[in-house]
Every structure is written in structure tokens, then in C-alpha cells.
Design a protein around this ligand. Sequence first.
Ligand code: ZN
Ligand code: ZN
Length: 514
Amino acid sequence: MKISLAKPGKLADENDLIIALTFKLKQDDIKQTTKNTVKTSPVKISKNIKELDEKLNSLFLSSAQDEGFLGDEGQEFITNTLGQIKAKSIGLLGLGDAHDQTLDSFRKIAALAFKLAHRKRAKTVGIMVPDKVTLPWFDIVSAVAEGLHLSNYRFDRYRRRDDKGFAIKEIEIYLPSQAIQDQKTALMRAQTVAQGVCLARDLINEGPMELNPEKFAQEAHKIAQESGLTIEIFDEKKLKKEKMNLMLGVAQASLMTIPPRLIKLHYKPAKPSKRKIVLVGKGVTFDSGGLDLKSSEGMLEMKTDMSGAAAVLGTMYAIAKIQAKVEVIGYMACVENGIGPHSYHPGDIITSRKGITVEIANTDAEGRLVLADTMTYAIDNDQPDTIIDIATLTGSIVIALGQKMAGIFSNDDALCDAIIQSGKMAGESFWRMPLTPGLKEIIKSPLADIKNCGDRYGGSITAALFLQEFVDQGIKWAHLDIAGCANNHKPYGYIPSGGVGFGVRTLVDYVMGQ
Ligand code: ZN
Ligand code: ZN
């Protein structure tokens, strides 16, 4: 599907379907006069659509009014043009109140336009953006294009060919003359970011037999070549040499057949930067729970336990393509938490790379072990000023926040605020959770320096407190627990069912803002 900007002055009616996005109208924005002509406020209904309305004998807007179209969020009015103009159908989609406009309202409306085009089987679509907006045009064009690209995602590699259905060929975005300048960069950026998200979605949706750590590393290798990132892949021997015993402990059950891989991608900007940001993603390609085996129900979606690593890969791809100004190093800690005669056990005491000894209280709390060693390695080797880890870490965060919001824990207010703000721009919600000092008691071990989990209460917080033990003083750190948002059951807006690619757009926005 191609998305482009309509050339100035081009008539929208050369498309199969025309959709005009419209803010909420006041009653007197559409006034019907006796001669069946409509006077509309120049602010609310775009000039383009009024021109088309004239060609339709001014019946289009008056019918919209008759049907009670007022531009409420998500409201739709669509009609057949019966051969009066070239386009077969023409419609209005409501954006809601102009005072509450957010970038996400443009993404969501783009998703609705996409669905409408599918319903109408329109191969070519013209989308008209309102004449007056309060947000920067660059961001609006990006948001509309992003919403369209993200809606166009399908994981259909296992579907038979004849199952694949209808596809839209081209969507043109019509902008008012004052906005036309060069918005091509906005389109490019939206496409790149959406590619990063869809890359993550593909990896999440793939089964664990197909996407094991080695395959993940191969995918990362392809992406590195395509986007000019340098890549290092650590196999089990290198992990042993680097004393990453926590990660190896998790990997042990599957070591011979499904060995772990730590993947490091390095992005260096053209001009050297002072900032150095490390991203660490949990890449448990399948989490059986280990000897503390999960229930069937609990295990069902555990192929998605690598969503953090997928988000890091998607982010690295996008920031390299759109050339961020800061240095970013992305780690994907990929391992299967399997089960077998070599499984690590509850009761094992493992010395981490950092030297902290960890009593394994539950083999299903493996994500934090993998992240801990990886963060230590990153701190030792890259001396970052900022570390952001992203992981489907705990069920507790899902209990606390539900499935439409991720938890963020941080030792730095400014970093935390910046990520939450980036999330708002991206339409991904984060809620700050506390690093309650009093709960450290829970992960104290009588035998070792620390244990990998405590009781159920405050489980997402104790997981974060565990990770914090591995973050050196002076390093800004944020931990994103995306367990609730990584995998979606019921599609909505531009979010499909299955892998969401959650976090990519927030992290790209954060990095690009530095
Ligand atoms: Zn687990
Ligand atoms: Zn896990």
C-alpha cells in the first residue's frame, strides 16, 4: 500500500473513495438555506470538500446534516456519488472536539478510514485533512500515515494464498495549501517507524520453534545489514566467558538444542554525541516457567515473552533509518526458558556477572535474571548514561494496570517524565510505579545476597527492585514492564490482535527527542 501526498490542486475525485476528516461541528457550522445550498464554516469543513459538495449539487453536506453528522469522535457519514463525480463514494469521519486534538486521534481516525476503504473495496482513497489544526503539520501527517500503515498490518505468512483477500493500492493525503511545503519527510518517518513496529509484531507472532534465539539473531543480522547498524552476537561460549551465569542458568535446560544468544546492535550518529543510551530487551523466546512449570493457560501465549527484545530491534531499525542524533546500543537477551534434565532449579544459588549471588526462589521469574546480567554487561562495556529496559516481566503489572497501560519504574524523574511524554505522543500509555524501599525485605535471601522473587504482593515492584540492584549509582535507569500491552486479544484502532509492537514508537520518540 502506497501512501503519498496529493499534488497541490489535484482533484480528490480521481480516487475510488474520498474521506474528509472533520472536527466536531456546532449546529450553525452547517446552515441550510432555502435553496438547498449549504453554507459551512470555513474553519470546520475543508475547502476541498466544499468544492466537491458543489459538484454534488450541494446534496452531500446537507444529507450529512440530515443524518445528524456532527463530527463526533469516530462518527461516520458515507454516501454513493451515483456517477455525479468520478469517485464512487464520499464520506465524512468525525475527529471529535477540535480543542482536544491529539496525535492519537489522527492515528485512530486513519485506522477508521482504512477500515472504511476496506468495507467499500476502494483501491484508491483520498483522505482530506481539516484546514486548521493546532498541532504541527509534520506530526499530523506522520500520525495519519502511521495510523494507516499500522492498520495495514497482517500476519499472513501461514495463510493460504487465496485467503489473503482485498488490498488497498494507494492512499493520497490531501492537505490545505498552507501545509503543503515538504511533508514528504513526515511520510518517510511514519513509514519507517511503522516498519519497526511491524517487524516487532512479526517476531512476536511467530511460533517459538521457528523463532528461537538463533533465528532471532539471524533476523537481527538482516536488520543490521539493512539499516547500517553494527552487530555482535554472543553464543553460549562467549556468555560463559563473560560470566553471564544468570542468563546461562535460564538457558541451561535448552542449552544443547536451543542455545541462547545475546545480540548487541550499535548505532553511532554521524556527529559524535555525548549521550549514550542503552536499550535492553527481554527476549525469552518461550517461557515454560522452567521446573516451576506454568499452567496450560499460563503457558499458552508465552511465545510473546520476547516482546521486549522485539521492541528493541524495531526501535534500533527505525532510529538508524531516520538517523537519531545520539548514540544508542540495543541489547536483545534471547533465551528459551525450557524444561529438562539440565534445568536450573528452585534452590540453586547463582553468582551473577556483577558478583551478586542470587537464590532462585522460582524458575519462572527468569526475565529479571536475563536482564540483570545483560545490564551489567552493558554498564561494564559501554558506560552508558541511561539504560532503559523493556520486558514482559510480571503478571502483577497486568493485575495493577490492565492491558492498555504499561508500568514504568525509574530512579530518575526527568527520564521517567520524558518517556511518559514520548508515550503520549506515540499513543502508548505508561503509568509510573514506585520503587517502594520497604518491599526490598521481600527479596532478601537467608542464603544469598538476594533472591529472584518473593510472594505475590507487589510482584511488579519487587521485580523492579531486583533489577535496580544491578544498576550502578549515577546511571539513569527506567524499567518498562509491558506484560499487559505486548499481546492483544481484541483488535481496536490500529492495534491488531496478536503482537502489538508496544514500546517501539515510544522509544523512537524518546531517542529522537534527545
Ligand atoms: Zn517466567
Ligand atoms: Zn518470562
